[in-house]
Design a protein around this ligand. Sequence first.
Ligand code: FDA
Length: 315
Amino acid sequence: MLNDALRSVLLQAAKSSRLRHVVETAPVSRSVVRRFVSGTEASDAVAATAQLRRDGLMVTIDHLGEDTTEQAQADDVRDAYLVLLRALSDAGLADGGRAEVSLKLSAIGQGLGPDGPKRSTEYAREICEAAAAAGTTVTLDMEDHTTTDLTLDALSELRADFAWVGAVLQSYLRRTEGDCRDLAGEGSRVRLCKGAYAEPPSVAFTDSGEVDRSYVRCLKVLMGGQGYPMVASHDPRLVDIAGALAVRHGRAQGTYEYQMLYGIRPDEQKRLAAAGESTRVYLPYGQEWYGYLMRRMAERPANTAFFLRALATKG
Ligand code: FDA
């Protein structure tokens, strides 16, 4: 109950420009934010990637952006990905997909008018070309349910030329088990997560037990399929179940992977990697870190306590 109230306060806070200013300018913010966000520049993301690689972890990098409302913003985001991919390649980090990128189609203009979906797919294609040149891959993030079909359409268009493009599916959506079946074929890369947007019960399970049970049903489909499942969750129970399903389906390590967010359960990330499991960290960077940080707080009150404690002791 308290958690629900805190969650909605934090999700509101994510939209408040006044609070944003307070958090951004608090003396301690920089060091606390650094726990969850690698920095504001591509060079920060590259440096954090190099460190994670030294720890035996793979990486997917997300350029943080909020609400792309003009074409010029979409152009900037596309350019940021092109710069990032070049920097990863120059640093020798992209090879073999060990560091790849995650991309939100809304950030490159999917929602900008009737031509938005077509133009954003073209921008995504340019980013895929740069990823191919760097020897790595791209995964399309999934956003709210009104964009699911558009994003899956873009995925299928892009996969015609770049078979390795991955997609995210969200177990809270009622449709997702079916989408998993459609995407469980050879060569397909699916990142399965619970889902992070506020969705209506008409399209989504709202009870956390139902979301978890859906996650397991989806995992069964993906692990039993021919594709490459990417298990994106910090939930210890789901991590265990994924491991058991991999064994049951005779999958060798490296034919699936675990994924967690930067700064969340870092010891578990290293433990999985040390046990020989392919483990990838979702690493955000960019100027627009505030909304991302607030959503992470909303997911887990313990993160908020950590942040407030740091503000109180060092601020
Ligand atoms: P949940 O938040 O329900 O936590 C379950 C359990 O995990 C907790 O009870 C606790 O035991 C443990 N746990 C969680 N956080 C912890 C912490 N900080 N410390 C210790 N234990 C902790 N969403 C989306 O809608 N579209 C997308 O494209 C993506 N992409 C994406 C990529 C990757 C790699 C990840 C990991 C996640 C996403 N997400 C996402 C976000 C996702 O949908 C979801 O909101 C978060 O991952 C939180 O869900 P969990 O599965 O981690 O479980």
